[in-house]
Design a protein around this ligand. Sequence first.
Ligand code: HEM
Length: 124
Amino acid sequence: MSNRVFEAEEVVEHNSPKDLYMVFEGKVYDVTSFAEDHPGGLDILLDYGGQDCTKSYRDVGHSAAADELLQEMYIGDLKPGAEERLLELRQPRTEESDAPSILLILALIIVPAVAVIGYMKFKG
Ligand code: HEM
């Protein structure tokens, strides 16, 4: 069976924590299931979501165990020569969730609370 070949256009779409592809040495890996457990953190992986991580992966000096893990997540090959196209298509990171941030929730509680307290003090 021949390996699936991915276009750069397809790989770049997979750049969120729940759908995360990465390219290493011309091969495409679906690291979604592992991303949350990455010892180096999810955040650093998201920086390479849908992108080539060959250099950074090597620079960290990942262990043979890490290499094996990576092989288990292999899903196909990047179209030959498409690395440059990947960079051209680089998209802004997709954030973890579209739920409102904790800061926003706090602001929504604190602002009315301060307003009510202020009003009560003002009334005497
Ligand atoms: C794409 C698949 C990846 C896999 C399967 C993977 C796997 C692992 C594993 C198993 C470790 C534990 C140490 C070791 O065994 O070497 C680790 C550590 C680490 N990884 Fe990755 N990694 C991946 C990608 C990356 C990328 C793209 C970066 C970006 C720079 C990165 C940064 C790190 C860092 C900084 C640590 C060290 C964490 C620490 O010891 O505090 N990893 N990774």
